[in-house]
Design a protein around this ligand. Structure first.
Ligand code: NAD
Length: 492
């Protein structure tokens, strides 16, 4: 099997890759040029012409082999995620497990790319839907999940008949190159039916992502990252009538009701708010606690925050690793200062001396806020949990939805009415609404994504695969007449 586009990315160059674990350089790469990016699209387009003709279940076989190779490489890839993104060992491995899970899902899917047969109003006619491969898919990913979102997209795209070009975050290119190398092992086992250029990695910054975004031969852009990025990418893809999956920032909230199991809520909140050092799109950032249980839950939370272990993910089993870089630290400090100015009481949020000065480890911050205002209303990509008291359920639902992000949400209650209301049309307006589970840690079986400033995209499970295919409605006339729809008469 031919090579897959890892060319410049493997050479030394002036793109420095830092590990947040120490804040020091672990590699320097030569980014691809715009011309090389354009050439990749051409190669992917050529691959598409062949791959779309390979039967779905056979395409699934390639993804099955990739899943096997990922199982073998899980430890190494997990460690790579810890080195490059600073995740705890367990979370690094968890990210690779997500890749394995979506491969398994996609293999089954490769035999289930179903269309409908639809009742037609005309005698002697049959109407149906057919799903065809879409074309080249450009995948742009964020630093905080350096490989799983690529695989959510790629496993589905490949079984749907589409080649993929991956522009990983400029902060985490090594994990991308490692994933590609593992993919090439699967390609080698799969054999000659896989065309060259089926999966390519594009190394560099936003300007290379823009090549994919603006290229008319890239049929679908699936972009994961900040809302700021989505505001640029979305209109550009729309302007050329391309398709887009946007997976953007969130400002996720939880509501803890009077009847909640507080022990369970405490554990879910701790993981949701502090896990991955608050650097998940689904991180719990706002917590509304009913006034009747506030004095029980919040002291317990403060205790959990004070005792959580912060440390080097490569040398310890600490639950909280580093922030990605100084910029993230500065934005955390800025948000905490703003919160204080608005009357917030900050617990934690201090810098921890782990490793050299170039690394940014922080104690997660719990901030008791008098109201939802200022920094509470936006995503700061750091471990800050704003806690607010509520008394009225309808009012807290309004406050819950009164932010730009619409990704993930949770309610902790054993009251059936509260639970169902939260999940109803007047409840959470997010793409993910959970009961007695935190906001983060989604399984791959469900469609993943959110509303409003989160971008509206869905990827991973359920019927997210449809975004990677084009739908044709076919009407077949097997009668001897030519009746027109709606009884229209046009006799000539
Ligand atoms: P970012 O927006 O800075 O970068 C994300 C990716 O977009 C990178 O690969 C970057 O090079 C690329 N990019 C940036 N501007 C671009 C442009 N104009 N054209 C093309 N490509 C461009 O985000 P980040 O700091 O890496 O990640 C953190 C953000 O991502 C947070 O807001 C987080 O909530 C979000 N995120 C969302 C999800 C989700 O599924 N909703 C998942 C992970 C992260």
């Amino acid at each position: 099997m031919a090579a897959c586009g890892v060319t410049s990315g493997l050479e030394a160059g002036d793109m420095t890759v830092l590990s947040p674990v120490t804040g020091t350089a672990v590699a320097s790469l030569k980014p691809h040029s715009v011309a090389e990016a354009q050439a990749m699209v051409g190669k992917a387009q050529a691959a598409f012409r062949q791959w779309r003709l390979v039967p779905g279940p056979r395409r699934g076989e390639l993804v099955r082999l990739y899943g096997e190779e990922l199982r073998k490489a899980k430890e190494d890839l997990g460690r790579m995620v810890s080195i490059e993104a600073g995740k705890s060992p367990s979370e690094g491995l968890g990210e690779v497990q997500e890749m394995i899970d979506i491969c398994d899902f996609a293999v089954g899917l490769s035999r289930q790319l179903y269309g409908l047969t639809i009742a037609t109003e005309r005698a002697g006619h049959r109407m149906m839907e057919t799903w065809h491969p879409l074309g080249v898919v450009g995948v742009i990913t964020a630093f905080n999940f350096p490989c799983a979102p690529w695989c959510w997209n790629t496993a589905l795209a490949l079984v749907c008949g589409d080649p993929v070009i991956w522009k990983p975050s400029e902060k985490t290119p090594l994990t991308a190159l490692a994933c590609q190398a593992v993919f090439e092992r699967a390609l080698a086992r799969f054999g000659a039916q896989a065309p060259e250029g089926l999966s390519q990695v594009l190394i560099g910054g936003p300007e290379l992502g823009e090549v994919l975004v603006e290229h008319e031969k890239v049929a679908l852009i699936s972009a994961t990252g900040s809302t700021r990025m989505g505001r640029t990418v979305g209109p550009k893809v729309a302007a050329r009538f391309g398709k887009c999956i946007l997976e953007l920032g969130g400002n996720n909230a939880g509501i803890v009701c009077p009847s909640a199991d507080l022990d369970m809520a405490l554990r879910a909140i701790a993981f949701g708010a502090m896990g991955t050092a608050g650097q998940r799109c689904t991180t719990l950032r706002r917590l509304f606690v009913h006034e009747s249980i506030y004095d029980q839950l919040v002291p317990a939370l403060k205790k959990a925050y004070a005792s959580v272990s912060v440390g080097n993910p490569l040398e310890s089993t600490a639950l909280v690793g580093p922030l990605i870089d100084q910029r993230a630290y500065d934005s955390m400090l800025g948000a905490l200062a703003e919160a204080r100015d608005l009357g917030g009481v900050v617990h934690g949020g201090t810098r921890e001396s782990v490793g050299p000065d170039t690394a940014y480890y922080v104690k997660p911050a719990l901030v008791e806020m008098p109201a939802q205002a200022g920094p509470v209303k936006r995503e700061t990509f750091a471990p800050i949990l704003y806690v607010m008291k509520y008394s009225d359920f309808d009012a807290v639902l309004e406050a819950h939805n009164d932010v730009g992000g619409g990704l993930s949400s949770a309610i902790f209650t054993t009251d059936l009415r509260e639970m169902e209301t939260f999940l109803s049309a007047r409840g959470s307006d997010c793409g993910i609404a959970n009961v007695n589970i935190g906001t983060s840690g989604a399984e791959i079986g469900g469609a993943f994504g959110g509303e409003k400033e989160t971008g509206g995209g869905r990827e991973s499970g359920s019927d997210a695969w449809r975004a990677y295919m084009r739908r044709a409605t076919n009407t077949i006339n097997y009668s001897k007449d030519l009746p027109l729809a709606q009884g229209v008469v046009f006799d000539i």
